[in-house]
Each structure stands twice: as structure tokens, then as C-alpha cells.
Write a protein that binds this ligand. Structure first.
Ligand code: G3I
Length: 295
């Protein structure tokens, strides 16, 4: 987004934290094992510092092929774990003191109750947290996943895993609820998300809403009604976070409908706070309302 001056103006004016969407993924940093490329994330971190914003890193490990470079995918398992360690030490170490939180492991859990994906064990995940902690003693270390904000099997599976990781002393600080939701598909209610945040509080863990966007194209009603329903959902969830003592914040997965992964994956929609012309939508005012009235 470095070439879009209006985008950057709105980003700096409206937000106090940013997360590079893809630029800190392993594939982006080290597509060739012998060459590291940090230019884009360096620019983003510089931009954040110049504008008084924090940076959260996304993501060190991910149990899907999407973020791994090709050379990693063909390594034997034992060598992959060594590579993950080297990767974490290099990247967390490089940004120590500048990146304030990291998604250490992203999307490790199956949706259907069958446990961890891709041959990963809980010990592997615990090790990843330990390596990240060694590389930066002060950074907030998070596990991040989807379909875990409300109630349900996957939410319970992730909670149980984090409970075990905490019990063995793995340095997990908290959990990210992605919250890519479709309003036509019964997304979690505010009460459910609040209850889930509360059980993590009981475990001594922080929570964050980490990748929120709200699809409305499949909703019935007029455009104005859909946009109002979206505003209500954003207002509720930001309010839930503000009311939870352990909620660190809300990250939106983009902020303008001009740029969203949704269009490529799910078709045209209007999932974010600003429209394609970077004009504030009802969703923006819903968030603002929550910020002004909660607490
Ligand atoms: O940059 C290339 C471009 O050069 C090429 O022409 C084009 C053709 O496919 O691909 C472009 O890369 C795409 C990249 O997004 C940038 O647009 C990749 O194919 C595409 O796979 C990638 O998708 C990203 C996806 O993660 C996989 O890394 C999405 O932008 C990003 O929003 C999405 O984010 C994930 C989070 O990391 C984890 N949680 C879910 C979330 C949404 O799926």
C-alpha cells in the first residue's frame, strides 16, 4: 500500500496499530532460503513509528502451505522444526522492541474436532512460543485462529490446547480471534464472544479480535439496511472488547473496501469501515460509537 497516499493518510489519521497483512509471512521474507527481504515490512514499521502506531506481527508459523516458502515445504519434518526455530529467532530478533505483539502460530487447529493439523504437535507449538520469548523477552505472544471467537467445538479445542500450554509453562500471552464473519451465516453473538473472553481471563490470558471483517452481500434487505446491520455488529464487538479487562484491542483485516482479500476469495462485498473511495461507512460510525460510549 506504500504507493497509495490517500490510503496512508487515512491509516495514520484513524488507527493506532497496524498489522502487515502478508508482508511478514515467511514466504514474503525468504522465498529463497539464502536471501532475506525485509524491505516492505521495514517500511511499514518505519511508517508506524513515524505516526505513533504500534505494529503487530503476523505470523511466524502457520499449519498451512500458504505462508511457507517452497524450500521449507520439501524439508524433512525434523529439519522443518529447526528451520522454524531459525526463522523465529531471525524475525522476532530483528524487530525486537519495535513489534509489540506476534502471532506465533496461526490456524493450527482443525475445524472438525480432529485436533492439530499437518502433523504439528502441541510440543512444537510450545517450542515456537519459547523461541519467540527468547528472541524478545517483552513482546506479547499470541496464538491466532478462526471460528474460535464464539462457542463451539473448535473454540473449545483451542481453549483446551491453550490451557495445556499454560499448564506446562509455555510463554503464551494470549489468543487472537480472527472474526472474518458473514452476517448471513449466524456469526457469534456479543454475549458468546464476551463469555469466551471471560474464560480466557480465567486462564490468565489476553485476547484480541485480530482480523475482523464483516460480509453483508448475502444479507436480505436494502443496501442501507445491510450497512446498518454491519455497523451494529462492529459496534457490538468493539464494545465487547472494550468491556473485557483482558482484551488488548481490535484489528480489522483492512479498513477500506478498496482493498480486501474478501473479493478475491468470496466475491464482491463491502466488509470494512471505509468504502472504496475511502469515505466513512456506517460501520465506521458504529466503531466510533462503541469507542465513545463503552467503559
Ligand atoms: O502478490 C501476488 C501477485 O503478484 C500475483 O499476481 C497474485 C496471483 O495469485 O497473487 C498475489 O499474491 C496473493 C496475496 O494474497 C497478495 O494479494 C496470494 O496469491 C494470495 O494467496 C494471498 O492471500 C492472502 C492469504 O492470507 C494467504 O496468505 C490474503 O491476501 C490475506 O488476506 C490472507 O490473510 C489470512 C491471514 O493471513 C490468516 N487468517 C485468514 C486471512 C484471510 O484468509
Amino acid at each position: 500500500m506504500v504507493d497509495d497516499a490517500r490510503y496512508l493518510d487515512v491509516l495514520a489519521r484513524e488507527f493506532d496499530s497496524l498489522v502487515p497483512e502478508n508482508a511478514l509471512k515467511w514466504k514474503a521474507l525468504q522465498s529463497d532460503r539464502s536471501v532475506w527481504t525485509f524491505d516492505v515490512p521495514d517500511q511499514m514499521v518505519d511508517f508506524a513509528e513515524q505516526n505513533g502506531m504500534q505494529v503487530k506481527g503476523h505470523t511466524l508459523a502457520w499449519s498451512k502451505e500458504l505462508s511457507y516458502p517452497g524450500w521449507f515445504l520439501v524439508l524433512p519434518r525434523a529439519e522443518q522444526l529447526v528451520a522454524i526455530r531459525d526463522h523465529i529467532q531471525a524475525v522476532v530478533g530483528r524487530y525486537a522492541g519495535r513489534i509489540t505483539a506476534w502471532d506465533v502460530w496461526n490456524e493450527a487447529m482443525a475445524n472438525d474436532g480432529s485436533g492439530l493439523l499437518g502433523g504439528v504437535s502441541e510440543d512444537d507449538i510450545a517450542d515456537a512460543f519459547r523461541w519467540a520469548r527468547e528472541a524478545d523477552p517483552d513482546v506479547v505472544l499470541l496464538y491466532n485462529d478462526y471460528k474460535i471467537a464464539g462457542s463451539g467445538r473448535k473454540s473449545d479445542d483451542v481453549f483446551a490446547m491453550l490451557q495445556r500450554l499454560v499448564a506446562i509453562g509455555a510463554p503464551v500471552d494470549g489468543v487472537g480471534f480472527q472474526m472474518h464473519v458473514n452476517l448471513a451465516d449466524a456469526p457469534p453473538s456479543g454475549a458468546e464472544v464476551a463469555a469466551n473472553m471471560a474464560r480466557y481471563e480465567g486462564l490468565g490470558l489476553k485476547v484480541t479480535i485480530s482480523e475482523m471483517d464483516v460480509r453483508i452481500a448475502d444479507l436480505a434487505g436494502t443496501t442501507d439496511e445491510r450497512l446498518e446491520a454491519q455497523a451494529d455488529y462492529y459496534r457490538d464487538m468493539v464494545g465487547v472488547c472494550l468491556a473485557a479487562p483482558n482484551c488488548l484491542g481490535v484489528t480489522f483485516w483492512g479498513f477500506t473496501d478498496r482493498y480486501s482479500w474478501i473479493d478475491a476469495r468470496h466475491g464482491a462485498d463491502d466488509p470494512l469501515l471505509f468504502d472504496e473511495k475511502l469515505v466513512e461507512k456506517p460501520a465506521y460510525f458504529g466503531v466510533l460509537d462503541a469507542l465513545e460510549t463503552t467503559r
